[in-house]
Design a protein around this ligand. Structure first.
Ligand code: BGC
Length: 918
């Protein structure tokens, strides 16, 4: 008998305020026995008056995720309650699930009754400015049945009602391409209202809207004025309705927050606090009037991604005094977030806290490695707090975030003590979905570092780092998406970001370097020239494709299809151009074959190339490299990604039933791959530059004729060996490196690279005490000097190999509807275990080898099936539970393969055991 549980709408549990017109519904099944499947389902939806709104009747089939709502149009602000039941293979129905609900946001501009308001004073766009405080009082006439607040802002907002904070989100309304997509949040404020006089207050911060953004630390990118849009919809017990809105009746002033900037930090003067400012009865006589702004409602959207919240707390592990004599607080973990502190001292005392990631080679506090010389303002990450005095004061910033582990403390009254400081991690509240552990503590630390670089860089948009640039670099996101989507549920997060990507995409299909694309709103000729890079822009195709694989959600492909196609067309248009250096070469004009394949070789425009291979640094060399890539382009990399994205697009077109596109792009992809092989691959499969990345890329992206794959692998292996078993890849190829080796029959070498701990390697950083993934292989050099950001998730993409190969949880069919469990022990590990919460439920693969016996524990969720490969097994020796595997319940298709046994299983938990032959 099945049980239906964990109902979700557009990925979320009971979402408050969505604007999907046809939300997709998902549920999970549980069953007391193995091999459970759903043979039919039924959905019922009620409106908020309790009337039947829509139902499916009994629908045959095993579909249990992303089932689209197909009833009558959904109405703004209405709550819909739904439940599901399911039939098992024997056609026995489950009980109805517990009810779940979703509530619609405001679907049309006309649903907004509020006006945009902004403080009525003039501002100097160049100066940092105090945060505006806005307030209004209003009356509640009767007993309230329900009340919702719909809120957004230009800049960030913090909202309070009758002195109480509204909701637990921070840095709202989040970061999107504001002029196309500005999110509003919806809050249930019924419990905060009182009969009689009420007061509502909002503080506005510069945020991404007009604060420092991107590598250039540009300001006022989206506008110069902060503004608020708010409406509260009140429903009284007796059915009457009322609205409280942002309008000219509000009052505004400035208060204790004298400056707030995401990168620069915050200045707070506690002496200027205004107790009771957001409660009724406060005298706002000296506050000023607000101005009504005309900003419209067309760009307003309900969030699809998860909210940003305060997450883990890190009490300081120590306070140290550096050789320079400075006091430095150490959290023991590099995070993105802010610092909460408690302080006691005389009124007017100012304490200054500067946040950094590391101590330099002499043990002193530094931010130097995070500065890009000559570009933008110096990264400050500084909080200044002036005490009001008279007792213990505690402070947490409002509108700033820092990437840090260490905090330099200046001006502290007395000696700072660890108990006075707590780091607060801040990131998008994505449900954690994946875990990994094994018998090698160093690899476990690597896993920890991957997780923390994800947490440090998933703040509403996927950023490169939480310090220097904080930008949604497309390449980084593409590289890390598969690993990140194992660790946490990223689909809604990336879906929001992909909508911004499409919004910021240029008319010719060019995808900007980072999304949201702040450069769209200022004129920077250099940046404009550096945009549209292969491997970066391809995020437009690779990210949706990866999400589709992980979540089985075709909606994401549909939504992004035009954007993907536009990107591939952009690649195609630029591939048709010829690089000038070829044209001036007479040999080119005599080579017919070369000219014939030229339209498929992308050798124009700027590309970042492989990016940050070992030994690459910033500084002059980097600029010279950029210049060279601008002049000569990077055809080897660009053509590879052009082929790859085109092939994926063909496959996606086919999935969406766009057969004509599928054919066209399929043929194009084949032509590019053929041209690639002719242009770049020698008869002995040699590729120039003769570097690891060249072979990894060609093998991983399937660009080589079958008979050359072996030889290419031999080149790769030799290069790795010549480097003393060290990797040599940069951003783009690192995620593929170990996969290419293990698939090519060199599992041993893949493990040897994984456990390598001298520079360059993943574990080198671990031996240097890293708690996050570094941007460069040489983040902390042997001598302790620092280089680049220490919280960049890109190289953490090796995680996918840990989960998919070491523990062996692999996608068999999109969304893990079909699972492959295929662990591959090695590297001296005695156990490894991964767990993953799929849309269907938990998947587990954990193996251990003890006294020559391998035991593999597997969990497969209901309504899915798996092929399990038992490495090093002989059929006659395998047991499941207590029984010979052939006789085990729920196990079928038992087959002996070369040095492995393969079985098919349905849902359930299994334990296989056998003498292990390496
Ligand atoms: C960023 C990246 C990005 C790269 C482009 C760097 O400055 O931090 O992670 O992908 O530039 O190559």
């Amino acid at each position: 008998m099945l049980t239906v549980q964990d109902l979700r709408c557009e990925y979320h549990r009971d979402p408050l305020g969505i604007d999907a017109r046809q939300p997709r519904l998902s549920w999970r099944l549980s069953a007391g026995r193995r091999g459970a499947v759903q043979s039919a389902y039924q959905i019922q939806v009620e409106d908020q008056e309790g009337n039947e709104h829509w139902g499916t009747g009994k629908v045959a089939g095993d579909r249990s995720v992303h089932v689209p709502y197909e009833g009558p149009p959904l109405r703004s602000g209405q709550r819909y309650t739904w439940r599901v039941r399911a039939w098992d293979a024997e056609d026995a129905p489950s009980a109805w699930s517990a009810p779940a609900w979703w509530e619609m946001g405001l679907l049309a501009p006309a649903d907004w009754r509020a006006s945009w308001i902004e403080p009525g004073w003039e501002v100097d766009p160049k100066a940092f400015k105090p945060c505006p405080y806005l307030r209004r009082t209003f009356r509640i006439e009767d007993q309230v049945r329900s009340a919702r607040a719909y809120v957004t802002s230009h800049g960030l907002y913090e909202l309070s009602l009758n002195g109480q904070c509204v909701g637990d989100q921070v840095l709202t309304p989040g970061f999107t391409s504001y002029h196309d997509r500005l999110q509003y949040q919806v809050y249930d404020v019924g419990d905060l209202l009182v009969e009689g006089e009420n007061a509502i207050g909002a503080i506005l911060g510069d945020g991404w809207y007009r604060g420092s953004v991107d590598v250039a630390s540009r300001r006022n990118v989206y506008g110069e004025h902060l503004a608020l849009l708010l409406q509260i919809h009140v429903r009284y017990q007796d059915g009457r309705e009322a609205w409280v809105t942002s309008d000219e009746g509000w009052r505004a002033t400035t208060g204790p927050i004298l400056k707030s900037d995401l990168k620069d930090g915050e200045i707070y003067d506690a002496r200027r606090e205004m107790p009771g400012w957001d409660s009724p009865g406060f005298d706002d006589g000296d506050w000023r009037a607000v101005r009504v702004g005309d900003y419209g409602y067309d760009n307003l959207v309900a969030p699809v991604g998860p909210p940003v919240r305060k997450q883990e707390r890190f009490p300081a592990t120590r306070v140290l005094q550096t050789p320079k004599g400075e006091w430095v607080v150490d959290l023991g973990q590099n995070i993105a977030g802010w610092l909460r502190f408690e302080v006691q001292g005389l009124t007017g005392t100012t304490v200054t806290l500067t946040h950094g990631e590391a101590l330099d080679k002499d043990g002193n506090f530094t931010l130097d490695h995070l500065q890009l010389v000559g570009i933008g303002a110096r990264l400050a990450q500084q909080v200044r707090y002036t005490l009001k005095g008279g007792g213990v004061e505690s402070y947490e910033p409002h509108f700033t975030v820092h990437g840090y582990r260490y905090v330099k403390v200046e001006g502290w009254p007395g000696e700072p003590a660890p108990e006075q400081f707590t780091g607060v991690a801040i990131y998008s509240d994505m449900p954690p979905t994946g875990t990994f552990e094994c018998s090698d503590e160093r690899i476990n630390q690597l896993q920890h570092n991957i997780v923390w670089s994800m947490k440090g860089n998933f703040l509403d948009v996927p950023t490169d780092c939480p310090t220097r640039e904080r930008s949604g670099w497309t390449g980084d996101a593409q590289i890390f998406c598969r690993t990140g989507s194992f660790l946490m549920e990223t689909a809604p997060f990336f879906r929001a970001w992909l909508r911004d990507l499409a919004a910021d995409q240029h008319a010719d299909g060019c995808v900007p370097n980072w999304v949201p694309d702040t450069t769209r709103y200022y004129d920077d000729k250099v940046m404009a020239m550096l945009t549209g890079s292969a491997g970066w822009g391809d995020a437009a195709v690779i990210v949706p494709w990866t999400l589709y694989q992980c979540y089985g959600d075709p909606g994401i492909l549909e939504e992004q299809y035009e954007s993907m196609r536009a990107w591939v067309e952009y690649e195609r248009a630029h591939a048709r151009d010829v690089n000038w250096s070829k044209v001036i070469h007479p040999a080119y004009w005599f080579d017919r074959a070369r000219q014939a394949r030229q339209p498929y070789i992308w050798d124009t425009r700027y590309h970042w190339g492989e990016w940050l291979e070992p030994g690459d640094g910033y500084g002059l060399g980097q600029f010279a490299g950029m210049l060279k890539r601008r002049i000569f382009s990077v055809p080897l990399v660009a053509t590879a990604y052009y082929a790859y994205s085109t092939r994926l697009l063909a496959e996606i077109a086919h999935l969406l039933g766009k057969e004509e596109d599928a054919r066209e792009y399929g043929e194009l992809a084949a032509a590019i791959a053929a041209a690639y092989a002719d242009e770049f691959v020698g008869p002995d499969a040699r590729i120039e530059p003769h570097k690891q990345a060249s072979y990894v890329r060609a093998l991983a992206l399937d660009l080589l004729p079958q008979d050359q794959r072996r030889a290419a692998l031999v080149h790769l292996v030799r290069l790795i060996e010549e480097a003393g078993v060290h990797l040599g890849t940069g951003f783009l190829s690192t995620p593929f490196l170990l996969h290419v080796l293990s698939e090519g029959g060199r599992l041993d070498l893949a493990y040897a690279l994984l456990v390598q701990d001298t520079i360059p390697s993943w574990l080198y950083a671990v031996t240097k005490g890293a708690t996050t993934i570094w941007e460069s292989w040489e983040g902390v050099k042997e001598d302790g000097s620092l280089f680049g950001s220490l919280n960049h998730y890109s190289y953490g993409a090796v995680g996918s190999w840990l989960y998919q190969v070491v523990a062996g949880i692999e996608i068999g069919a999109p969304g893990y509807e079909e699972i492959r469990i295929q662990p591959r022990p090695g590297g001296g590990l005695t156990y490894a275990r991964a767990t993953y919460e799929s849309m269907h439920g938990p998947i587990v693969s954990g193996w251990e080898i003890e006294d020559g016996t391998l035991r593999l524990s597997v969990t497969i969720p209901p309504n899915t099936r798996a092929t399990v490969r038992l490495p090093g097994a002989a059929l006659s020796e395998v047991e499941e539970g207590e029984l010979p595997v052939k006789d085990a319940d729920g196990v079928s298709a038992v087959t002996q393969l070369e040095n492995a046994v393969q079985v098919r299983v349905g849902s359930g938990q299994y334990v296989f055991g056998y003498p292990y032959r390496e």
